[in-house]
Design a protein around this ligand. Structure first.
Ligand code: P6P
Length: 337
């Protein structure tokens, strides 16, 4: 009967967030409403991504409306912007797809800022590799006088963060500051159901994840760390290399299996490639909430203070002890410098 009860006691993402919110009596459901609009965006993108491969076929065979097949990342961005604005709970949006911040019409403003990458890794769509939406949520002090400075906050001010991975299944991983939970979309219900409660990343992992093709340009500590992964000096077995090249997929595997994900700085890109507000901060927030760490090579990733919307930063994130090892290498380099 327990299994039966479990099966019929559907813990949807909305119900889960309502439960969490009940711990904040002062909140009036605004966050729950904001989240329901983010979830709507994810459901739309999930269905569009699943059809992406067929779109050309359908286009050829069916009645194309003449409109040039919109790139999925542009379409996804439009859906998220409209969903977030219409939620009436946001006052400023930062999207990977928009050079400038989007300030919501004052009549529709709410108290949240959402920074997001609507379809990260979209270059992988055509070969069917998992891609994802990444988002981070801040509270804005005064929604009627919001400025860019209000958006350029350190990650330690982030209230919530998450990603939705569009892969073999559609999985939404979310933290509102009280641990990390994973939800899987049940297409027959159109609901995200709690499937991975209270995710904790293993303290140590056997996998490292980095684009080895950039090895020629790495700095000393990263080079030394990767060398240690491949030729351990303490008699332990070498780590395995897993690199998908889609951040959401690489981070999701790291969160569940343990290990470390690295996007280091290199001579060509002194600040690495990944963006602070909508890639580094949300993933760092999740890793810390799951008992892991996130480091930039100089400091705790969440303590970074971005100066521009699309600032980049190197990032090393994952299992607590694995990140400790690379922190020690950077520390010894800076002390000997
Ligand atoms: P590289 C995808 O383009 C992306 O922004 C992330 O999703 C991914 O982790 C990274 O870039 C891959 O970059 O240089 O290894 O191809």
């Amino acid at each position: 009967h327990a299994a039966e009860a479990q099966r019929t006691d559907l813990m949807t993402i909305t119900r889960h967030v309502l439960n969490e919110q009940s711990r904040h009596p002062e909140s009036r459901g605004d966050f729950t409403i904001l989240l329901s609009h983010i979830v709507l965006g994810c459901k739309f993108v999930a269905s569009a991504v699943n059809k992406a491969g067929l779109a050309k076929l359908i286009g050829l065979a069916g009645e194309t409306n003449g409109e040039e097949q919109k790139k999925l990342d542009v379409l996804s961005n439009e859906v998220f912007v409209k969903a977030l604005v219409s939620s009436g709970r946001t006052c400023v949006l930062v999207s990977e797809e928009n050079e400038e911040a989007i300030f919501v019409d004052p009549a529709l403003r709410g108290k949240y800022c959402v920074c997001f990458d609507p379809l990260d890794g979209s270059s992988n769509i055509d070969c069917g590799v998992s891609i994802g939406t990444i988002f981070g949520i801040y509270m804005i002090k005064d929604k009627d006088n919001v400025t860019l400075e209000d958006v350029l906050q350190p990650g330690t001010h982030m209230l919530a963060a998450g990603y939705c991975m569009y892969g073999s299944s559609c999985t939404l991983v979310l933290s509102t500051g009280n641990g990390v939970n994973g939800f899987t979309l049940d297409p027959s219900l159109g609901e995200f159901i709690l499937t991975h409660p209270n995710i904790k990343i293993p303290k140590k992992g056997k996998i490292y994840s980095v684009n080895e093709g950039n090895a020629r340009n790495w700095d000393g500590p990263t080079t030394k760390y990767v060398e240690k992964c491949k030729f351990p000096q303490d008699g332990s077995s070498p780590k395995s290399l897993r690199y998908i090249g889609s951040m959401v997929a690489d981070v999701h595997r790291t969160l569940l299996y343990g290990g470390i994900f690295l996007y280091p700085a290199d001579k060509k890109s002194p600040n690495g490639k990944l963006r602070v507000l909508y890639e580094v901060f949300p993933m760092s927030f999740l890793m810390e909430q799951a008992g892991g760490q996130a480091f930039t090579g100089k400091q705790r990733a969440l303590e970074l203070a971005p100066t521009k919307l699309h600032d980049r930063s190197p990032v090393f994130l994952g299992s607590y002890h694995d990140v400790e090892e690379i922190k020690a290498l950077y520390a010894s380099e800076s002390s000997s410098a």
